[in-house]
Write a protein of this length. Sequence first.
Length: 288
Amino acid sequence: MDDQLIKYAAMMSRLLSLEKIFFVHIAKDLRLPEELLEKYPDLLGPLDESIEVDIQKKIDEYFSGLEVETKCIVQEGNPIDKILRLSKIKDVDVIFMGRKKSLEGAGIASSGIARNCPCSLFLVTEDSKLKVEKVAVPIDFSNHSYLAMNVALEAQRKNAFQVSAVHVYGVPLGYHKTGKSYAEFSQIMKLHAQNDFRHFLEKGYFSADIPCEYVLTDEGKYADLVYEYAENNEIDLIVLGSKGRTPVSSILIGSVAEKLAYIDSHIPVLIVKSKGENMGFLDALFNI
């Protein structure tokens, strides 16, 4: 997973114009037990310097020729605490994390970091394509949707790839009281969504040429439908805001974002957050 993550970060350093990347390894304990050292005096523990050298070799291999500063950090302790603390101290804009599917190892405690990170989060899958030609932006016309679309379009200006929007809509309960059928009211809801999208483009000063796919749901499976759309349209990257305007999205990264982050997927996900959104939470947590 490390190789995949470093290679993907190298590619994204160009797409997102990254200036500096910290490669972080958190070990639970870098020391060997005293009794083990006494019994085997020639045994060497996983010293932070040797770990750093190994990681730096991979970084040098994949970042050769790229104009981005890199730094390797090796620490010991709780991965969630250490990474969240570093992300604040180093004032990072985005955290890259691997998302394992079949590779060995449980991986880092990504759910805790995803929920609480103070910045955007990039989840890279073990079989992510090392290219980006098609980007999908799930939108609900909220401020977080504007932020996600801005990030996608800013990257598009530097790179030739397609950006499309996808909006999942539903039919409200009690529609039958209007005297209209489910099909008729779903059409009404779609027309409202199309009108909202036009206003969304105008308000954000986005190009009117951006296509939008409207997906009807009757079960509330928003994340599943977004992923299904991405799969069917060979999307290389999903970019979405961390929260929406729906009541269930009041958790730190939003219900749809969280489901997309952990759905059984081979498509990378960039969860865009307003930087510092969770800073108050982190201040209380770490007393920094």
